[in-house]
Design a protein around this ligand. Structure first.
Ligand code: PLP
Length: 364
C-alpha cells in the first residue's frame, strides 16, 4: 500500500504527460520555454489571480515573496508554530525574525486571536499556512493586518484548489505561494512552485527576482536569484491541470468516507471550518496514543506519516526565537497528529482495510 499513490495517477495521464514532455524536448526551449507562461495563465485562470509567477519550488516561492516585500534583517514576521519548516526558515534566511503564534484547536491553522498580542513596531508580515489543504481564516487575518499596516502571505503549499467562502486559495491575500512537490495536491515530477498576486508592482518585482533581479538582460535592478520554474515541470503540470478539478472532487469523497466510517472511533477526524472546502493534502487524525497507532498500522502494512512531530519553537534553529509565549495547542497537536494514506485514487477496499485497522487499535 502506498501513502500517496502517484503511479495510479501517472497511469491515467501517461500519454498526455509524455506528449507534453516530448513537446518541450522537441522545442529546444528548456529554460523559460512557452510552457511556463502557458501554465501561469492556466493557474491564474483557475484561482482568479491577476498574476501567477512560476518558480522553482514552494520554499523559494516564500523567499522570493518576502524579498519582493523588502523584508530585511530585524523585521518580524508572524508565522504559526505548527507548520512545515520553510514557512519560518525563509524568514530567518533574510535575517528577519520569525515570531511564532499558536494555532486553532480545531483547524490547526493560525489562530486569529493569537496574532495581535505578538505585533510590535518591527512586525511587517503575517504568513498563515493553509494546512492539510484547508484555508486559514483569511477575513479575520486580513482585517488584523489592515489595522496594523501589515502584509499577509498565504503559504498555500498544501491548499491550491481549496476554497474559502467561495473564493479560491492563493487568491485571498496580497501575495500567496504554493508548491508542486510531487506529493502535494497539485504536484509535478520534481520541484516546482508558484507565486500569486493581484498587485502589478509586486508581480513585476517577483518576475525580476526570479531571474537574478534582471529588469533588462544583464541589468540588475534588484537583488535576485535563480528561482525559475523548469519548463518540463510546467508541461507536466499542464497535463495534471486537465484532471485537477476532478481530483479535488475525488479527494473530498475519500475524506468524507473516512469521516463517516471513523465517526464512532475514539479519535478526532479533520474539522472543516464553515465556508471552507479542503483539498486534503493530508488526512490527519488526532489520537492520544499516536505512536501506538503508527506501530499497529505499520504491522498491518499500512503506511502513515506525521506532519509535523516538532513545533517550530522547539526546533534547534529557532530556540532563540522563542520567548515563552503560549504555544500549547501547537505542542499538543504535534504530539498527537498522524496522517493516513490519502490520494484521489484510494479505492474502497484499501480504505476499508485502513479504517478497520484504525478501529481495531482504538477499540483495544
Ligand atoms: C511543502 C511545503 C513548503 C515547501 O515547498 P517545497 O516545494 O517543498 O519547497 C512550504 N510550506 C508548506 C506549508 C509546505 O507544506
Amino acid at each position: 500500500m502506498q501513502f500517496i499513490d502517484l503511479k495510479k495517477q501517472y497511469e491515467l495521464i501517461k500519454d498526455d504527460v509524455l506528449n507534453e514532455i516530448n513537446q518541450v524536448l522537441e522545442s529546444g526551449q528548456y529554460i523559460m520555454g512557452d510552457k511556463v507562461p502557458e501554465l501561469e495563465r492556466v493557474l491564474s485562470d483557475y484561482n482568479g489571480s491577476k498574476h501567477c509567477i512560476g518558480v522553482c519550488d514552494g520554499t523559494k516561492a516564500l523567499l522570493i515573496a518576502l524579498m519582493a516585500l523588502d523584508i530585511k534583517a530585524g523585521d518580524e514576521v508572524i508565522v504559526p508554530a505548527f507548520t512545515f519548516i520553510a514557512t519560518a526558515s525563509m524568514v530567518s534566511l533574510l535575517g528577519a525574525i520569525p515570531v511564532f503564534a499558536d494555532v486553532d484547536k480545531k483547524t490547526y491553522n493560525l489562530d486569529p486571536n493569537k496574532i495581535e498580542q505578538l505585533i510590535t513596531s518591527k512586525t511587517k508580515v503575517i504568513i498563515p499556512v493553509s494546512l492539510y489543504g484547508q484555508c486559514a481564516d483569511y477575513d479575520a487575518i486580513n482585517a488584523i493586518a489592515a489595522r496594523h499596516n501589515l502584509v499577509v502571505i498565504e503559504d498555500g503549499a498544501q491548499s491550491f484548489g481549496a476554497t474559502y467562502k467561495g473564493r479560491q486559495s492563493c487568491n485571498l491575500t496580497t501575495v500567496a505561494t504554493t508548491s508542486f512537490f510531487p506529493s502535494k495536491p497539485l504536484g509535478c515530477y520534481g520541484d516546482g512552485g508558484a507565486i500569486f498576486t493581484n498587485d502589478d508592482e509586486l508581480a513585476q518585482k517577483i518576475h525580476w527576482i526570479r531571474i537574478h533581479g534582471q529588469d533588462k538582460r544583464y541589468h540588475h535592478a534588484v537583488l535576485g536569484l535563480n528561482g525559475r520554474l523548469d519548463t518540463l515541470q510546467a508541461g507536466i503540470l499542464l497535463s495534471k491541470m486537465r484532471i485537477f478539478a476532478n481530483e479535488v472532487k475525488l479527494r473530498a469523497e475519500v475524506a468524507n468516507r473516512y469521516n463517516v466510517l471513523l465517526n464512532d472511533a475514539n479519535c478526532i477526524t479533520p474539522f472543516l471550518a464553515a465556508g471552507n472546502t479542503s483539498v486534503y493534502a493530508q488526512y490527519s487524525l488526532l489520537i492520544d496514543d499516536r505512536d501506538g497507532l503508527i506501530k499497529h498500522l505499520n504491522d498491518n502494512g499500512i503506511p502513515t506519516a506525521v506532519h509535523y512531530p516538532i513545533p517550530l519553537h522547539k526546533q534547534p534553529i529557532f530556540t532563540q526565537n522563542y520567548h515563552g509565549q503560549d504555544l500549547s495547542v501547537s505542542e499538543e497537536v504535534a504530539s498527537k497528529i498522524v496522517s493516513l494514506p490519502m490520494h484521489p485514487y484510494l479505492d474502497h477496499n484499501t480504505q476499508d482495510k485502513i479504517i478497520e485497522a484504525v478501529k481495531s487499535f482504538i477499540g483495544r
